[in-house]
Design a protein around this ligand. Structure first.
Ligand code: KG4
Ligand code: ZN
Length: 324
């Protein structure tokens, strides 16, 4: 089963061709970072226009790199939501059009499910497992009982982790996109330099707004002095990664899960990966997508089309949605 997937939910225009959900033949990502850098964040209308300009190019490039023709493809998939609706429409309509022209099925995919499925690429991972999903818009712990049987058992009551990374980075004066920059600086800083608060919330809740305020106060208290950005970054990263690890481990232990899986853009974070992979010593089986499949990409969309598509009798009538 050869699936061509498209992803246009935010600021990457991506196309990939994946065999049987696990083997990536090609993975093309056109990033809009350069465009949005000047605004310090994604401008939805600008992003949609850029998707429109890039979509044919990424599809052509994917076919070229894989040596496949449109008629070799068994199904065309795209992200349906959640995401920016104007952006989603570009990939969604392109995939539907390809499906109609080639007379092959169209498969709709949920963006969050696609992040989870990034873990199936190049592995033999199968449910059941516990998944920590951390992206720019979501922070969830999901019980994945089967490919299409899942339950969200913890979530954030305010900001998502990626969002907090980006906001903290902006407070520290780092350029967009902040998360990855902050991670890079943190690796050279002292994680014990500053004590930042971990939120006291329920075992099924995350909260990061207090941490964000603490970073702001810390920076304000140093006004006029040169900011020790590496130490602030490392202390911030230490607090966030401890919070995510401790919550996930507590639920894994309570529910008796021995396999823990990371997903979403923040799964690319160096310290988060280090802390989770270290749990192998405690008898856990730890999975995280390869770096290129952590942040938004289309390989995870094609994989998800294979393992956990949006169920619909009339997939061509699926409409883009902004929120889950
Ligand atoms: O999954 P993703 O590509 O897009 C969404 O679906 O939201 O995640 C993007 C988020 C951004 O907030 C970005 O700052 C964060 O992931 N991110 C990171 C790292 N790489 C990306 N955060 C911390 N450390 C990283 N290395
Ligand atoms: Zn994403």
């Amino acid at each position: 089963m050869l699936i061509l997937g498209l992803e246009t939910s935010c600021d990457e225009t991506a196309c990939a061709i994946v065999k049987d959900g696990r083997e990536v033949l090609c993975n093309i990502v056109a990033s809009q970072i350069k465009t949005h850098e000047q605004y310090g964040g994604v401008v939805p209308e600008v992003a949609a226009r850029e998707h429109l300009e890039a979509i044919n190019m990424v599809i052509d490039e994917a076919l070229k790199q894989s040596g496949k023709k449109p008629e070799d493809i068994d199904a065309f998939a795209s992200t349906v939501g959640p995401g920016l609706v104007g952006c989603l429409l570009v990939g969604l309509n392109a995939a539907k059009a390809l499906s109609l022209v080639c007379n092959k099925p169209f498969i709709g995919v949920n963006h969050l499910q696609a992040h989870v499925c990034a873990n199936f690429i190049d592995t033999d991972l199968k449910p059941p497992f516990l998944c920590l999903l951390v992206s720019g818009g979501h922070t969830q712990i999901i019980k994945v009982e089967d490919f299409d049987r899942q339950e969200i058992i913890a979530g954030t009551i305010d900001d998502a982790v990626g969002e907090v990374y980006d906001k903290a980075a902006r407070l520290m004066g780092l350029p967009y996109p902040g998360g990855v920059m902050l991670d890079r600086l943190a690796q050279e800083g002292n994680p014990k330099a500053f004590k930042l608060p971990e939120a006291r919330v329920g075992k099924d809740e995350f909260s990061f707004s207090g941490l964000k305020t603490a970073v702001l106060r810390l920076i304000q208290s140093m006004e006029g002095k040169e900011l020790p950005v590496k130490d602030i970054a490392a202390s911030f990263q230490e607090t966030v990664s401890n919070t995510l690890l401790n919550k996930t481990l507590a639920l894994a232990e309570e529910l008796n899960y021995k396999t823990i899986v990371l997903a979403g853009g923040v799964a690319a974070n160096s310290e988060l990966r280090r802390k989770f992979f270290a749990q192998a010593e405690n008898g856990y089986s730890i999975f995280a997508p390869q770096m290129k499949y952590c942040t938004d990409n289309a390989a995870m969309v094609a994989s998800c089309a294979c393992f956990n598509p949006i169920k619909s009798n009339e997939p061509l009538n699926l409409e883009a949605f902004s929120r889950d």
